[in-house]
Design a protein around this ligand. Structure first.
Ligand SMILES: NC(=O)c1ccc[n+]([C@@H]2O[C@H](COP(=O)([O-])OP(=O)(O)OC[C@H]3O[C@@H](n4cnc5c(N)ncnc54)[C@H](O)[C@@H]3O)[C@@H](O)[C@H]2O)c1
Length: 332
């Protein structure tokens, strides 16, 4: 593969452009904001979403989807989940059946409760059956951009396509493992953001390592229950896109979802917190979708239920934690 399009020039799309540029002849990065496109072209830096990192010379920054998608073999979608459907709809007329689609978005579609790869198949399917993979794992954008060793998973029902992406994307600091389980990878990547809000709450309330370890472990148990009910594989949830990403988001200082929980624990309101953040915290929207999915699949997800009550029903953080501890006693 010689040409790659990255759709979405936020923190993650920009970091991916930086780490993948040496692997391709040309990378076309589609950026939504016209003024940011101009500045990125002029200064070679994304001063809004990933300041301090130079955009490599073989990365072209575009504002028109048609320009970004011209003559590319693979498209990497890195938009926030609530923008996936409209953006793939706009992309559809520019895509040919030979193009492979890789989704790096983490989240679930509100309302339909679809995984992003299912949204892609639904939108592109009427034109041609798309080759789709999902890419996920423990990855903070800044650490990838500065070249820290990073490992992640690329999952597809089409194993050959996953292997093609693996060999095209892997490099000295970026190591991909293949998987045949997009359901487990996408559910792990989306729902860990819900648990991360809880991690922020625990930290903000001053609880120590016991509470954090319990939250991560019981969080993984409920993520796994949901993923398995949806057809995912237990091994995936013990891997990079499950446990790996959950540990990162719950313990890492760079986690936005954890920051949301931390601020809630300080007594700030959700609207105030969101309006002070320029970047997306996927966990807020994903919490509602997760609770709806848990009901649909009849799976118990007490942490997600409490996060939902805290975010959307005004339950105080300390009361949410108390209710988790007061649940009926049970076996592990
Ligand atoms: N940041 C990370 O470290 C990281 C790592 C792995 C996965 N992800 C996932 O990648 C996805 C993108 O996250 P991010 O961190 O790059 O986001 P971000 O908050 O840094 O950027 C938001 C993005 O949304 C775009 N945008 C805003 N309004 C838009 C509109 N109306 N139409 C089209 N685009 C619009 C912006 O241009 C920007 O690209 C999310 O699903 C996130 O969970 C992020």
């Amino acid at each position: 593969m010689r040409h790659l399009a990255i759709i979405g020039g936020g923190s993650w799309g920009t970091a991916l452009a930086i780490v993948l540029a040496p692997r391709f002849e040309r990378v076309r990065l589609w950026v939504y904001e016209p003024d940011l496109v101009e500045r990125m072209r002029a200064r070679g830096e994304n001063d809004v979403y990933l300041p301090g990192f130079r955009i490599p010379d073989n990365v072209d920054v575009h504002n028109e989807l048609g320009d970004a998608l011209r003559d590319v073999e693979v498209v990497l979608g890195v938009m926030p989940s609530h923008l996936a459907r409209p953006l793939y709809r706009q992309m559809a007329p520019h895509l040919s059946p030979a193009i492979g689609l890789v989704s790096a978005t983490k989240g679930l579609e509100i309302g339909t409760l679809r995984r992003v790869s299912a949204v892609i198949s639904e939108v592109i399917g009427p034109r041609f059956p798309p080759r789709v993979a999902v890419m996920s794992g423990p990855t903070f954008a800044r650490e990838v951009a500065r070249g820290d060793p990073t490992a992640l998973v690329v999952a597809s029902l089409d194993h050959e396509f996953a292997q093609t992406v693996q060999s095209a994307f892997s490099g000295p600091t970026f190591r991909l493992y293949t998987s045949l389980d997009p359901v487990g990878v996408e559910v792990g990547g989306a729902v860990k953001n819900v648990v991360a809000i809880g991690a922020g709450v625990c930290h903000g309330l001053g609880f120590g390592s016991n509470a954090m370890a319990a939250l991560i472990t019981r969080g993984l148990a409920e993520i796994s229950r949901l993923a398995l009910a949806m057809g995912g594989h237990p091994r995936t949830l013990a891997g990079l896109a499950g446990l790996g990403d959950l540990v990162l988001t719950c313990t890492g200082e760079l986690s936005r979802n954890r920051t949301v929980g931390l601020e809630l624990a300080k007594g700030r309101g959700l609207e105030e917190i969101v309006s002070s953040m320029r970047m997306v915290a996927e966990g807020i929207k994903t919490t509602s979708a997760t609770v709806d999915l848990a009901r649909q699949y009849r799976v118990e997800m007490p942490i997600a239920e409490q996060m939902h009550a805290m975010l959307h029903l005004g339950r105080p953080p300390r009361e949410a934690i108390r209710q988790l501890m007061d649940r009926a006693l049970k076996g592990e």
